[in-house]
Design a protein around this ligand. Sequence first.
Ligand code: NAG
Ligand code: NAG
Ligand code: NAG
Ligand code: NAG
Length: 492
Amino acid sequence: FNMTNWGFICVVVFLSFYSETQGLTHSRFQVKNHGYSTDPKPQFKEKYFPQIIDHFNFNVMGNGTYEQRYLITDEYWKRGSGPIFFYTGNEGDIWEFALNSGFITELAAQQRALVIFAEHRYYGKSLPFGQDSFNIPEVGLLTVEQALADYAIMITELKQQLGASACPVIVFGGSYGGMLSVYMRLRYPNIVAGALAASAPILSTAGMGESKQFFQDVTSDFENYAPECRDAVRGAFQRLQDLAQMEDYGRIQSAFSLCKTPSSYKDIHQLNGLLRNAFTLMAMLDYPYSTHFMGSMPANPVKVACDTMLGGADLLHALKDTAGIVYNSTGDLTCFDLYTLYVECADPTGCGLGFNSLAWDYQACTEIEMCYESNNVSDMFPPMPFTEKHREQYCSKRWGVIPRPGWLKTQFWGDALSTASNIIFSNGDLDPWANGGVRKSLSSSLIAINISEGAHHLDLREANDADPASVIKARKMESDTIAQWVKMEKER
Ligand SMILES: *[C@@H]1O[C@H](CO)[C@@H](O)[C@H](O)[C@H]1NC(C)=O
Ligand SMILES: *[C@@H]1O[C@H](CO)[C@@H](O)[C@H](O)[C@H]1NC(C)=O
Ligand SMILES: *[C@@H]1O[C@H](CO)[C@@H](O)[C@H](O)[C@H]1NC(C)=O
Ligand SMILES: *[C@@H]1O[C@H](CO)[C@@H](O)[C@H](O)[C@H]1NC(C)=O
């Protein structure tokens, strides 16, 4: 999902975010907005849980375990009776999610909850086979089902250890993490009382979407800011295409400050992918204040991008500078290295970089379908098809697997959710993932919330002075609904 350009920037990002959130601004907020003054910065303890490696085969790995990382804080908890707020970790280092999901701890302070952020197997430090985890066949135990079973067992055992058997569990997640929250409620309603699934594209990833939808919605964000912006982007890609057709690779290198002169169709394809990825990230992370999540973004990056696209004298330079908002946020980049800044994978919206990207690539090659194309008609990007056939070819070559397109829908119900209950599906209208998810309430306890001015799971982020009214309202609804679920569960 690109959910994850962690990679090499991760450490830097983490450190800078960390120091920034120590500031005074944050605590002022909480006092002002919520009327309490507890320390707003949760003191997570980092721990490891001995987790079964293979939940579904009793022979091969026997009772073998791996060390699964989780973060926990009990500073807000009403011991023994307050609820448990459990974040179902997704495709990255768990600290990154914990530090970018302040709403959960703010809510925990209000509702006196224990907070746990669990890391997904094969990501961050939770590697079942250490350095060998991405070998074949070791990678084969990376499945959605294994990850859900990990969480089910972790919750059950931690509840026992902490004397929390009477405490209702609410799961939270954003993006793929939100999908996991939905699945936890479907799969383990005995353990989980309700789920907040923020920006969870459960339908498109189960093959129930439209291949054009994603890049069309990315385009809409720029078009809605200014139709001329969309035209400028399309025009710049066309200029690039013209130069490529003339094999004027020298001009392309200088216009885009490339480290190496491109020399083939393959290099141009890679450049197009890298450029398109910058727009994808800016659309997803179009928050009204600057953030350090999946890289560093200025406030309102779509506006910044369009001002850049429309401000330059030369379209190609403008396009390069716009990509620089994403890839050169430090200002330290001397040239663009095509193959290290962006890696093509089974997810055309990006897998990020580093070893977390290997895990996501494998998931995109097995259960999670993301066959999105750009076509320069319903979107502003060059035609870049990615069909089921392309996916199959890539995945069998890269991982020795053939994707099973129908499986996620069979396993996790697709849109036939009417017998489920207690799930909130929240989506931001600015988020290109939104229309791959549930947009209409399906019953009184399967609640869809639209956040008109929200990007990718803005509602999970901590309160900020720049928050639009729509996200404040969404958080209030989420908080009231969760309080009600907790109350109902206790009365059962
Ligand atoms: C696994 O089972 C064996 C045989 O019963 C036992 O000796 C060992 O301690 C068990 N390991 C774990 C991690 O439980
Ligand atoms: C995109 O479509 C426009 C027409 O809307 C066309 O002029 C242009 O050549 C196309 N660009 C590419 C890169 O295919
Ligand atoms: C990166 O940003 C700096 C500061 O704005 C600029 O001087 C430099 O040229 C940029 N690098 C590239 C490759 O565009
Ligand atoms: C959310 O927006 C979508 C798309 O615009 C719309 O179809 C849907 O009815 C809205 N849902 C709610 C709960 O307002």
